[in-house]
Design a protein around this ligand. Structure first.
Ligand SMILES: [Zn+2]
Ligand SMILES: [Zn+2]
Length: 382
């Protein structure tokens, strides 16, 4: 268990991270602070994983399972609104998803492991970069430095406003949807607004695609067939009355509960865009962004969580799971030979929602999260 002075120091660490939020892929200072705070406590520290990721290995030196705990390093491009002394010092950026808290929880676990190594196997603390844009977990896994870090078990937690403080949502199977951002660019030719027939305008194609794309995924109750297509951004030409436009852009987020239906949804959306481009004589470019795999909890790993929560007397139920939102921890759960699960730790019923400008991670969750992960370590590795 963490001591009171651990908790005081960890809270200060969390608040220090909160002051200097860094965006996905740019977590230089955050990673440096993690490495500095770990010191020589781990048996091995691997930095620069998939960008600015850091892995700390606590090895028993004996054969046994590898147990990975994942947190995230990145913050969001959103202005924080707060009167707290530890509010963001960087304009337009804020730790508004609580990744500063998740990182601190793994630092708490590092303290406990430094005092007592696992009895067998090893623990890998994975400080993952770039979760918010869906690229970090995939980049870490693709990094050759990850080859020696393949886990048998992978666990993660995310704080969850709307769930009672210190209680948990836990469920086997799907917990977060797959999603991807699709950018459709249509390129024609400008002309004088008095002679639109001399140009090639994407206006008609853009107008047709907005409802057509939306119709591909109309939401409804979450289930294996679930599909949602949300138009997030549209541009057409320039703000100018004299010019018939050449350039049109539609951004649409595609979402499915499972990974398999995503391929079909993408193909249908591409087909619609191609038909409109062909009909309008437009050049079509499609690019994909923020690509999140679905996140599903392995039954055995979920059982481990349930067991530990019961022993700690932490109330848990399915809550609002699965969630429509995405989470790139799914990349770890999907690893061949890895049993992965994620739990959602309540930030309070009336806590501001994740990504809201007035959100802040509740410090009370630091010892709770640390203890959940610590118990898992002892249950699997002793
Ligand atoms: Zn987030
Ligand atoms: Zn998050």
């Amino acid at each position: 268990m963490l001591t009171n002075s651990d908790i005081t120091e960890l809270t200060a660490f969390r608040r220090a991270l909160h002051r200097v939020p860094e965006l996905s892929g740019f977590e230089v200072e955050t990673a440096a602070r993690v490495v500095a705070a770990l010191g020589d406590a781990p048996d091995r520290v691997v930095a620069g994983l998939g960008g600015h990721g850091v892995a700390a290995v606590f090895d028993s030196g004996l054969a046994g399972p590898s147990v990975l705990f994942r947190c995230e390093l990145d913050a969001l491009p959103i202005q924080e609104i707060s009167s707290a002394a530890h509010r963001s010092t960087i304009d337009g950026k804020g730790h508004l998803c609580g990744h500063d808290g998740h990182t601190t929880i793994l630092m708490g676990l590092a303290r406990l492991l430094a005092r007592k190594r696992p009895a067998k196997g090893r623990v890998i603390l994975m400080f993952q970069p770039a979760e918010e844009d869906g690229s970090g977990a995939a980049a870490v896994i693709a990094d050759p430095k990850f080859d020696g870090l393949h886990p048998d078990w992978a666990f993660s937690l995310h704080n969850m406003p709307g769930c009672k403080l210190g209680e948990c949502w836990l469920a086997e199977g799907p917990v977060n949807c797959a999603s991807v951002g699709m950018k459709i660019t249509l390129e024609g030719k400008t002309s004088h607004a008095a002679q639109p027939e001399h140009g090639v305008s994407p206006a008609r194609a853009v107008a047709a695609l907005i409802p057509a794309l939306g119709a591909l995924g109309q939401g409804g109750p979450l289930g294996p067939e679930y599909r949602l297509a949300t138009i997030t951004h549209v541009t057409l030409g320039e703000p100018n009355f004299g010019v018939s436009p050449a350039h049109g852009e539609i951004w649409v987020t595609l979402r499915t509960m499972l990974d398999e239906p995503m391929a079909a949804l993408r193909a249908e959306a591409e087909g619609l865009a191609k038909a409109q481009a062909d009909a309008g004589g437009l050049r079509l470019t499609i690019t994909y962004h923020d690509d999140f795999a679905a996140c599903a909890n392995n039954p055995q790993a979920t059982e481990v969580f349930a067991n530990v929560l019961d022993r700690l007397g932490i109330v848990h139920d399915q809550g609002d799971l699965p969630e429509r939102a995405s989470e790139d921890f799914g990349r770890f759960s999907n690893l061949q030979g890895t049993k992965g699960a994620m739990v959602f730790l309540g930030s309070g019923l009336d806590h501001p929602a994740l990504h809201n400008p007035d959100y802040d991670f509740p410090d009370d969750l630091i010892p709770i999260g640390t203890e959940i992960f610590h118990r898992i370590t002892r249950q699997i590795l002793g």
